[in-house]
Design a binder for this molecule. Sequence first.
Ligand code: CTP
Ligand code: MG
Length: 183
Amino acid sequence: MVMNRGTAFRSVVMTALWAMSPAYLPNSVALVVGGGPPIDGGRFWRGARLLGDGKTWRGAIGGFLAGVLLALGLNQVGTRSAGSLPVFPLRAALSLPAGAMLGDLAGSFLKRRIGRERGAPAPVLDQLGFVAGAFALTRLVAPGWFRSTFTAPVTVAALLLTPLLHVVTNALAYVVGLKEVPW
Ligand code: CTP
Ligand code: MG
C-alpha cells in the first residue's frame, strides 16, 4: 500500500485510538455505574485510605465488562471493514480493560500515599495511570499482539492523545454534572 505522509499520520492516530479504546472506555463507564461499596472496604493504611471511596467494585467491574464488550464489538466492525485496524485477540480484549482498571486503582493507591484526597488532581497519575496499567498487563499476556500493534509511532500517539482525551472527557462529565470536579 502506498501512503503519503497525511495518510500515514491518520492511520497511526486511528490505530492508536482504536487499540486504546477498550482501555479508555472503562473509566467513563466506572464514572456512570460506579458507587456502592468501596474496594478497600473503608480500610486505612498509614493514616490514609488504602484506595478511597472513589474506587468501587461496581465501577471497576462495570468498567472492565464495558471495555471487553467494546473490544469484541470493534472486532466485528473491523473485520467487516477489512482495513488495517487491529483485531483484538481475547487476551488483549481482557487485558486492556483489566489493566486500565488496575492501573487506575494503583494511581489512587499512590495518590493516597502522597496525601491527596479522593478527587484531588494528580497530573500524570490521573491521566496515565490507567494507560501504564493497560500497557503493562497487555505486554504480559499478549506480547506478540502488543509488539505488532503498539509500534513506536502508535505508542507515541497513544501517550500524547490519552491525556488530551482524558481532560476533554472529564471536562464534559463535569459540565453535564456527572463529576464534581473537572479532572
Ligand atoms: N469510579 C468508581 N469505581 C472505580 C473507578 C471510578 O466508582 N473503580 C467512579 C467514582 O464515583 C469516582 C469517579 O468514578 O469518583 C471518577 O473516577 P476517578 O476520577 O478515577 O476517581 P476520583 O474520585 O478522582 O478518586 P481518586 O482521587 O482516587 O482518583
Ligand atoms: Mg479523579
